[in-house]
Design a binder for this molecule. Structure first.
Ligand SMILES: C[S@@+](CC[C@H](N)C(=O)[O-])C[C@H]1O[C@@H](n2cnc3c(N)ncnc32)[C@H](O)[C@@H]1O
Length: 215
């Protein structure tokens, strides 16, 4: 049966069906858009959660240390939650609002909400000066500009734990795992500072930019 009456107007059923399909489309659009948007940023950092091996390797390098930890691009919060279980005050910075809310919910479920915090922020705009350890599971193109940001902002005795992709110029003090599960530990050093004194970097399209401009 047609949903239109003779005058060309929609029937009540037609209006309801149109409303329902519009609503479904709206929900799908709202949920999926934040997962797709990273692909359109200058540096594409998609949501790829760390595997159990990667999480374990990061935690091995974190063990025995103290202070405040932040995961840049925290996804569903798994690294932050594991760090909190080790006793750290752990924060996550994440652009995707759904992942931020999911991470907060998981914190409550795991009883870790007092040790954790999740912020919906662009990692390039976060001030890193108050953190002792920065965790990053990034992509290759972002490691050079990130290294320059760390040079500027990470405190003198601060450390970085990089999963899957290393920092290009800093010298690691420890490396564990292999292949895609490799994790590097770095301590901020004066040598590293001088090596990266040029506060510009190459973008994926080959142009030079100041790190402040990356987002
Ligand atoms: C490779 S995933 C890593 C997730 C998590 N750290 C883990 O190990 O499971 C990178 C995350 O960074 C987020 N992201 C991408 N660009 C970002 C930005 N500019 N600022 C903050 N988060 C960003 C993505 O939404 C994604 O969740």
């Amino acid at each position: 049966m047609s949903e239109e009456n003779k005058g060309g107007k929609l029937t009540k059923t037609g209006v309801v069906l149109l409303g329902i399909s519009g609503g479904i489309f709206g929900v799908i659009y709202a949920v999926t858009t934040p997962f797709v948007l990273p692909a359109f940023r200058r540096i594409c950092l998609p949501y790829v959660p760390a595997t159990t091996t990667q999480v374990n390797n990061v935690m091995k390098l974190l063990m025995g240390r103290t202070g405040k930890v932040v995961d840049l691009g925290s996804g569903d919060g798994r690294l932050v939650h594991e760090a909190a279980k080790l006793g750290f005050k752990a924060s996550g910075v994440e652009l995707n609002p759904w992942l931020v809310w999911y991470s907060r919910l998981r914190s409550y479920q795991l009883g870790l909400h007092k040790q954790t915090a999740f912020y919906r922020k662009d990692l390039w705009k976060v001030d890193l000066t108050s953190y002792n350890t920065v965790m990053i599971f990034g992509v290759e193109q972002m490691m050079e500009p990130l290294e320059i940001k760390l040079d500027k902002e990470l405190q003198e005795d601060g450390q970085v734990i990089a999963c899957r992709f290393p920092l290009p110029k800093w010298t690691p003090t420890d490396i564990i795992g292999e292949g895609i599960d490799t994790v590097w530990l770095y301590k901020k050093q004066r040598d590293d500072l001088s090596q990266s004194s040029d506060k510009h970097c190459n973008t994926p399209d080959g142009s030079k930019i100041a790190t402040d401009e990356v987002s």
